[in-house]
Design a protein around this ligand. Structure first.
Ligand code: NAI
Ligand code: MG
Length: 503
């Protein structure tokens, strides 16, 4: 149980500013808040105003050592607990989270600039759902019996890997953390999470809430920067598995470091997801579907965002006009305001990066930038990292905007004439995370679904990651799956064979 006293209120706290302050300056290790060994902290900024809302502990190798040691100690007892009992505790985590959904939604909105109604509250609910889903899977950690010889009993058993190091990004930090922590725990591992430097507070609060249910040391969290705090976690000899979500560049660094120790790695590294719209689609539904697919409510900061939309030529102009009108109807403003659809970009670095893509697209000969949606007028938000969404047409497949992950509210719409040609263009990408097809001809749709290079293909919908569905990409989008039973079994356990000779 949680070792109190500690600086945060136990009850759900609806004032995110007060909660951010109370959460400041600590990691969460071995069941309690602890400052960084160095004493250092770094600022956490509200991207809607540019104002500091709190501070995070600036972790380094010394803090990682403490956290991993606690996790390694706790893992021995945790692994001995019957799997269903671990599941029951993870299920109880879900109940604890449900009581804090509103609080967590508000805190993540403040910290990341994602609108409360369209994104942040939704994320908080999905986190509780993921813990609930995995909580029921304790008894699925089954092995097999193998027909070897009449007098030999040969069976496989699933064993945990040990301490799992989880490194998460800032775009959907609570959800992406849940996809790692919940299955790792049910499988009998313990976890040290390294939060993203831009969004360390809501995940810290979750760690504290879940430590009211879990034994100390089972779930630990450190905050800090990538090379100083993430790298020592990956390199730590007691860390037996690394699961990472973030950029391709950092994913490769993590993979190489894990290779030095020969430990398994799961990587989820983003995408450039195509959306293919045929002229026979249900037009209104497809426009509504495209609006959610582009993830503009998350300012496009989504690895599955439909950032390349291919539309069959007969409906191309009509589709672009409808999309522009639909995006124009979205409200941009204070992320904590219930009326807001679109909030802010996470950080100045990402802001500059997205802006540079938009400028490049705007300068490209032949390209048209359809700039959508009004900027917020509130003077308190004048320093906010708001970017007006842009739909580009007239770009060719050579453009960086068609090839690279922008991670901003930017979509490129291109016309196509032929299913084979559009398939080739869709597959002509370094990435392969997600894709969607919009058509009433399911024969064509299914044929293309089989031939699209992506981990997830949806026809006539484009939902975000859901518990129970395997999620993960091919090519540079990553390695391994998350969110499913299979993800827990394959990525958080190893199979041991035991043979008994009874002859
Ligand atoms: P990043 O990949 O650098 O950061 C992700 C996490 O990795 C953070 O917690 C960071 O501290 C950690 N990290 C950084 N360097 C590390 C190292 N050497 N060892 C261990 N951990 C390390 O992503 P960043 O810089 O925040 O965003 C850059 C781009 O990455 C974005 O523009 C976007 O294209 C992509 N991205 C993709 C995400 C996805 O959901 N797949 C999420 C976030 C970013
Ligand atoms: Mg980086």
């Amino acid at each position: 149980m949680l070792d109190r006293p500690h600086p945060t209120p136990e009850a759900p706290t609806l004032d995110p500013f007060a909660l951010a302050k109370a959460l400041s300056g600590a990691h969460f290790i071995d069941g309690r808040y602890v400052p960084a060994r160095s004493g250092r902290t770094f600022p956490v900024v509200n991207p809607a105003t540019g104002i500091e809302i709190g501070r995070a502990a600036e972790g380094d190798g010394a803090d990682v050592d403490t956290a991993v040691a606690a996790a390694a100690r706790a893992q021995k007892e945790w692994a001995k607990m019957p799997a269903r009992k671990r599941g029951a505790l993870v299920h109880a985590c879900s109940a604890a989270l449900k009581a804090h959904v509103e609080e967590l939604g508000r805190l993540i909105a403040l910290e990341t600039g994602k609108a409360l109604r369209t994104e942040s509250r939704v994320e908080a609910n999905v986190v509780a759902d993921i813990f609930e889903f995995y909580g029921g899977l304790g008894s699925e950690l089954k092995g097999e019996s193998v027909p070897f010889a009449p007098n030999v009993l040969s069976v496989t058993v699933r064993e945990p890997l040990g301490v799992v190091g989880a490194i998460i990004p800032w775009n959907v930090p609570m959800l992406l953390m849940a996809l790692k922590v919940a299955p790792a725990l049910v499988a009998g591992n313990t976890v040290v999470v390294k939060s993203a430097e831009e969004a360390p507070l809501a995940v810290l609060r979750i760690c504290e809430i879940l430590n009211r249910v879990l034994p100390p040391g089972v779930f630990n969290m450190v905050s800090g920067f990538g090379p100083e705090c993430g790298a020592p976690l990956v390199a730590h000899p007691e860390v037996k598995k690394v699961t990472f979500t973030g950029s391709v560049e950092t994913g490769k660094i993590v993979y190489k470091a894990a290779a030095e120790k020969l430990i398994p790695v799961t990587l989820e590294l983003g995408g450039k997801s195509p959306m293919i719209v045929f002229a026979d689609c249900d037009f209104e539904k497809t426009v509504a579907g495209a609006l959610t697919s582009m993830r503009f409510t998350r300012q496009g900061q989504s690895c599955t965002a439909a950032s390349r939309i291919y539309v069959e030529r007969p409906i191309f102009e009509k589709f672009v006009a409808a999309m522009k009108q639909a995006v124009d109807g979205m409200v941009m403003g204070d992320p904590l305001d219930e009326a807001t659809d679109i909030g802010t970009i996470i950080s100045e670095g990402q802001f500059a990066k997205v802006k540079s893509y938009i400028e490049e697209g705007t300068r490209t000969p032949g390209a048209v930038a359809h700039v959508c949606s009004a900027m917020p007028k509130d003077p308190a938000l004048k320093k906010g990292l708001f970017i007006q969404p842009v739909i580009f047409t007239g770009l060719t497949k050579e453009s960086r905007l068609v090839k690279e992950e922008i991670f901003g509210p930017v979509t490129v719409i291109q016309p196509f004439d032929d299913a084979e040609a559009v398939l080739a263009e869709a597959n002509d990408s370094e990435y392969g995370l997600a894709a969607s097809l919009w058509t009433n001809n399911l024969k064509v749709g299914l044929d293309l679904a089989h031939r699209l290079e992506a981990g997830l293909v949806q026809i006539n919908q484009n939902l975000v990651v859901q518990a129970n569905l395997s999620y993960g990409g091919v090519k540079s989008s990553g390695l391994g799956k998350e969110a499913s039973l299979e993800a827990m079994l394959e990525h958080f356990t190893h199979k041991k064979t035991i043979m008994v000779n009874m002859a």
